[in-house]
Design a protein around this ligand. Sequence first.
Ligand code: AMP
Length: 290
Amino acid sequence: MKVLHKVSDLKAELKAQRLANKSVGLVPTMGALHAGHASLVSRSLAENDVTVVSIFVNPTQFNDKNDLAKYPRTLENDCLLLENILNIFVDKELIAFAPTVEEVYPEPDTRQFSYPPTDEVMEGGFRPGHFNGVCQVVSKLFMMTEPDRAYFGEKDFQQIAVIRRMVEDQKFPLQICACPIVREEDGLALSSRNALLSPDERKIALNISQALFASQHYAKSHTLKETKQWVIDTINAVEGLEVQYYEIVDGNSLQSLNEWDDSDYVVGCITVFCGAIPVRLIDNIKYKSC
Ligand code: AMP
């Protein structure tokens, strides 16, 4: 596995691969890799000749400096995890691309991306500028890598919808591949932020996925509005958890729904603060899939 830090080295490497007619998959990450990321990397390795995994904590998508400062950074372990995956795909190539902030942003990125209403609700509402930062870094990674396919996790459900809009808007000639959420055995959605939870907070956090799963049954005999309120009340009743929002939305437009029958693709998206120094956890559940 090659570990590259410079955009020029990445471009040179990929140019050679392209000349040899190799297909390229891109997996953008912020590092602190876990089995959720590994599922994206494995899929890319299976579907492409060359996979680029970017490891970059992107400052422009953090609207909270403290959140950015405490985000885990574990490059050495990340490379070990990637080497282990590559061992299963012996005939494939894997490049870890871990640039510095100066390398990605030699000058401030003043581009504005706006995809209303998809980027205005939920995460867009509570984290102003977040999706603009995501689009800035993802579009830069697309331009550096020119991948055939790019892989994103449904854990960040809204992010995929926004990126699909950006790909359409900027006419990037690539395919967006959405990968299902990977969970711990007990149901907690894997997240780099889980490393910030104390053992007690980790136990408490489990109530989030449990409430979401239980709500799939509750939904069968209750209205959408009752189900939404039930999830919020059930989680808020747990000491140490505080729901920031829970919205039941159309899975394509991300707009809130009033009735189950308003869409064929219905997804509940939640953000919860967990613990004394709150860790912000997100999760989602499908009530109807298309
Ligand atoms: P991050 O490093 O958190 O920015 O995540 C990088 C990519 O991995 C994003 O596309 C995430 O949606 C995806 N991802 C993170 N956690 C999971 C998970 N538990 N299951 C599936 N994909 C995930």
